[in-house]
Design a protein around this ligand. Structure first.
Ligand SMILES: O=P(O)(O)OC[C@H]1O[C@@H](O)[C@H](O)[C@@H](O)[C@@H]1O
Length: 339
């Protein structure tokens, strides 16, 4: 399918293909429009007013709204929509390096490259009820190959489910022709919008081991109850469960994250001092955001030529009482470890 012109919807679902192809049941339905600074973004519209936006720059989701048109992701009022700066907020993609775990720029280069719409992606099993999705692709430029000498295809599908759930599926393939494997670390650097950070708790990570980025990546074990926030936090939880809940008491809203292929989970809030030092972040905005980032950090992923990896994140926003106390960290942990 050819990319639609700006502001016009793509062709409606191809009924014949839907009937015959289990794995690729419909043609995506989206609009391509101009966003901030003239950068192009894709609009996904679901039923009952659910919506999402994805910039081609960074393949970055910058908006996810529920059926009351409430924004569920945080994007800084000071975010800079100008390459090479990554957009501050939404869901930046960290690849092929998370953080400073390597020699590349912080969080790798995928978040500040221009992706393209992939009109003909390889089949991907998909819920037939999903009508609104887009496939994007990134291949390295000659300049990228100079800093990370590996040929790859990175395909990202962003889909809006019938109940407003948002899912991101990454497929990364090693297309090296010289027989070489490559390794990378990865994260969906998800910025959630919260009412007040002091009213938020995270369930599912208690008792987990973590690397503390504020203490030279030293390893500790989380103690006690659900995680609450009183100061700066920058931790990489290891072998975290496949389900994590962010409970916003004031908003009476719980975000449920479900992750596949991504063993770790980073939790970050810069708090007041770091917030002030960041050019693209408002001084008080740390109170209204929390990053919980499904990731593969501790053990890099290695792909041989021809091999493909898949990593998926699904997000839903539900009324608060739904999840509180219902996540059993040990059970989830055992599931994550396949025990
Ligand atoms: O400012 P950046 O590059 O977007 O990174 C923001 C934060 O991202 C988090 O994922 C890291 O753990 C932090 O160490 C980092 O400060």
């Amino acid at each position: 399918m050819a990319a639609p012109p700006p502001s016009s919807p793509s062709p409606p679902a191809a009924a014949a293909a839907a009937a015959t192809q289990q794995t690729q049941p419909q043609t995506p339905f989206y609009e391509l429009v101009k966003g901030n600074s003239g950068l192009e973004k894709v609009l996904l519209r679901g039923t009952r007013g659910f919506s999402a936006e994805v910039y081609l720059y960074g393949a970055q989701v910058t908006s996810w709204k529920n059926d009351h048109a409430e924004e569920l992701l945080f994007v800084s009022s000071k975010a800079i929509f100008k390459p090479p700066k990554a957009i501050r907020g939404g869901i930046p993609i960290c690849f092929p390096q998370f953080g400073t775990h390597g020699n590349l720029e912080q969080h790798g280069f995928a978040r500040n490259r221009l992706w393209t719409i992939d009109d003909n992606p390889p089949p991907l099993p998909v819920n037939p009820a999903i009508k609104s999705f887009v496939d994007l692709i990134l291949r390295p430029s000659d300049e990228d190959l100079k800093i990370w000498p590996h040929s790859f295809e990175f395909r990202l599908r962003v889909a809006l489910g019938p109940n407003g759930d948002l899912s991101l599926t990454s497929r990364i393939r090693n297309t090296n022709t010289d027989g070489r494997s490559f390794s990378y670390t990865f994260a969906y650097h998800t910025y959630f919008s919260v009412s007040d950070i002091s009213e938020v708790r995270v369930e599912g990570l208690e008792t987990m081991d973590y690397l503390d980025n504020l203490k030279g990546k030293e390893r500790f074990t989380e103690q006690g109850d659900a995680i609450v926030f009183e100061s700066e936090i920058d931790k990489v939880y290891l072998a975290a469960p496949s389900k994590i809940a962010i409970i916003d008491h004031e908003k009476k809203r719980t975000f449920v994250l479900t992750k596949e292929g991504l063993p770790d989970a980073v939790v970050w809030n810069p708090w007041d001092k770091k917030a002030k030092a960041m050019q693209d972040f408002g001084d008080g905005e740390y109170k209204h955001m929390l990053c919980v980032e499904p990731a593969a950090v501790e053990k890099p992923i290695t792909l041989k030529p021809g091999e493909e990896w898949k990593g998926r994140l699904a997000l839903s926003a539900v009324p608060s009482s739904y999840c509180s106390g219902q996540l059993d960290p040990l059970k989830e942990h055992l599931i994550a470890l396949n025990i």
